[in-house]
Design a binder for this molecule. Structure first.
Ligand code: SPV
Ligand code: MN
Length: 629
């Protein structure tokens, strides 16, 4: 072992932690830990193995330190992040790029040397007086061709506790593999605390050094900025996948049952935040394997996927007994759950849209809260933050998929993309083929801003594959990787688009919350070629009769022709405007956009223009039955 840090680590390690490190027989790892212990100067170090005793220790520390407070129901705790630390900080999340590399426009980056200097200064002595937790974890199931191992250093027991719920433990893998193991590294400090929240959020920084596979995060507690294995690792994984020919995606993984539940077909799906991703994979009647990040790999001419995680860090807003019965049940039953940034009154958590009467006062992310409370700027403070969340293990859900820990993953037969779109896409449609889906659906994904994000509402944001925030390679290269991914695949997954946010001219939503259950069944049957479709200029639409039958079967509802016309009428002007917007973005902002992107979008434009001449601006799908595209 490296002599340099031996004394330092011996002095700081408590409860057998030094021996736990020694057993790993990994000088690089030892040096890495030593280096950051020296820099961050924690008071003590706790090394977490995979034992239940160690896991319990961290859970208890979170409560002792006040980072979490117990709620009435057993196993439930609440955590608060600071008032200004409630979401991912895009502006201060940067890739550290060595002088001669460019990641292309739209990707936030900083000179590596400069960034390292800054972050080291911010981390210097940042853990003073605090305990450092060291965790050994796995992205994806352990001992699989998907697994990526990781070490997390954090001075937050809440972050360590969250990681235990969300990721598989891998201390034993590190011990078995010794110096052979390759791993991602995360260094997090919440920095100086005031009332248990990060004080210096103006100095919040999340810097990604992909050269050394290290991510640094400081002066923040919000999970999306601090939980190394979540969005910080997705950024590193995208680069690793790029070099190795697989895909790291912002996707759920779910099983959809075929007729009479005789088969289960796996889908992955990418949606920007706040667009129904978690509520899709959690629908009643189907099974959830993951809700946020998936890796996709090819094996034996097929595409397989795993959930990188084993838990959910989900948005709690609008979760209620009626619309989300399964998650509601989990959230109101004893079991391990961390609620974050909700309102607490009498040991009970409340949140916006929970279908209950909101108490007039309580504790929330602003401290003591009361009805009509405003902040310093006079802005009303809601009872709970719109980005308030729950963290729980997938296995607490009744519909969690039994293949979660299968090291082979599950075979993916369909991929779904969806955004918040008030006027362009129909509720569900299928692409003509892989390249058409990658270009016109995935790479053309847009989402309208909501009240939950800063800035004006209803502005369309371009978000290819819902992964833009995490791209660590250029957009053009990323799209090219998708196009090439299925090169040696006999029957590639079928790509679909969905839209739960379509509105009529008066601004009313045209579809119901539960309708996605019908769209999923149509997609499942399409993958197996067992249900009809109508070819339109933008893709394949479900015919009325088929949707009607499915509505009856799945939701026991009569589905009217009028609803179908409103939902599935092809809106030609809006689709043409979308193509124009997307082409403009790729021409102006993506210098390495693949040529085929312009070709495919150009062909689609031509088909739409021809249809407009023949049928007018708004066309019911049945009219296309006589067309050949
Ligand atoms: C998202 O915003 O896409 C999330 C939550 O899944 S975060 O961890 O903040 O990324
Ligand atoms: Mn996400």
């Amino acid at each position: 072992m490296a002599k340099k840090y031996t004394e330092l680590l011996k002095e700081k390690c408590s409860q057998g932690s030094y021996e736990k490190l020694e057993q790993l027989k990994n000088p690089d790892l030892f040096n890495f830990i030593g280096k950051y212990v020296e820099l961050c100067a924690p008071q003590s170090i706790f090394v977490r193995t995979d034992s239940s005793k160690d896991i319990e220790y961290i859970r208890n520390r979170a409560k002792e330190l006040g980072e979490e407070r117990e709620l009435l129901i057993e196993g439930h705790t609440v955590h608060f992040d600071g008032y200004f630390d409630q979401a991912r900080d895009k502006e201060n999340t940067k890739f550290l790029v060595p002088g001669d590399i460019s990641l292309g426009p739209g990707i936030n980056s900083l000179n590596r040397e400069e960034g390292l200097k800054e972050i080291r200064e911010l981390l210097r002595n940042a853990m003073q007086g605090k305990e450092l937790y060291i965790l050994f974890l796995s992205l994806g199931p352990v001992d699989s061709d998907f697994s990526i191992y990781a070490v997390q250093l954090t001075d937050s027991a809440y972050v360590a506790h969250s990681e235990d719920i969300l990721y598989r433990p891998a201390y034993e893998v590190f011990r078995r593999e010794g110096p052979r193991i390759k791993f991602f590294k995360y260094v997090h400090s919440a920095g100086e605390l005031e009332n248990n929240v990060s004080k210096n959020v103006d100095k919040r920084r999340i810097y990604i050094d992909f050269r050394d596979n290290i991510v640094y995060s400081v002066n923040t507690q919000y999970g999306g900025n601090t939980i190394g294995l979540k969005k910080l690792s997705l950024r590193l994984a995208i680069r690793k996948a790029d070099g190795e020919g697989w895909l790291a995606e912002h996707m759920f993984v779910m099983g959809v049952y075929g007729p009479d539940n005789r088969r289960k077909t796996y889908f992955t799906g990418a949606f920007p935040s706040f667009c129904g991703k978690t509520s899709t994979c959690m629908v009643k009647g189907e099974s959830i394997l993951g809700d946020d990040i998936a890796y996709l790999r090819k094996r034996e001419g097929k595409v397989f996927s795993v959930n990188v995680e084993r838990g959910i860090f989900g948005i709690i807003k609008n979760v209620n007994a009626k619309d989300d019965p399964l998650i509601w049940k989990a959230l109101t039953t004893p079991g391990e759950i961390i609620f974050s940034n909700v309102l607490v009154n009498g040991g009970v958590p409340f949140w916006q849209g929970d279908g209950r009467v909101t108490p007039e006062e309580g504790i929330n992310f602003s401290g003591k809260w009361f009805k009509n409370k405003t902040d310093e700027k006079g802005k009303p403070i809601p009872c709970s933050h719109p980005n308030a969340r729950y963290t729980l293990p997938l296995k607490s859900l009744k519909n969690s998929d039994p293949e979660l820990e299968n090291p082979r993953g599950v075979e993916v037969k369909g991929i779904i993309y969806g955004g918040r779109d008030s006027d362009t896409w129909p509720p569900v449609f299928e692409s003509f083929n892989w390249a058409h889906g990658v270009i016109t659906i995935a790479s053309s994904l847009e989402s309208e801003t909501t009240a939950a994000t800063l800035g004006r509402e209803g502005v369309r944001k371009f978000n290819p594959m819902a992964n833009l925030d995490f791209l660590s390679i250029s957009i053009g290269k990323y799209i090219q990787n998708h196009l090439e991914f299925i090169k040696d695949i006999e029957k590639p997954p079928v790509i679909f688009g969905v839209n739960y946010f379509l509105k009529d001219k008066s601004g009313n939503y045209l579809t119901g919350m539960q309708d996605k259950r019908v769209w999923l069944k149509w997609m499942e049957l399409r993958v197996h070629n067992e249900i009809g479709a109508i070819k339109t200029p933008i893709g394949l639409f479900p015919p009325y009769e088929e949707v009607k039958k499915l509505f009856k079967k799945v939701l026991h509802k009569d589905y009217s022709q009028e609803d179908y016309f409103k939902q599935f009428t092809l809106r030609i002007p809006e689709n043409l405007a979308k193509i124009e917007r997307i082409v403009k973005i790729y021409k102006e902002k993506v210098p390495d956009a693949p040529e085929i992107l312009f070709k495919i979008l150009g062909e689609q434009k031509k088909k739409l223009e021809e249809a407009r001449i023949k049928y007018g601006d708004y066309v019911v799908p049945a009219l296309f039955l006589r067309e050949k595209f």
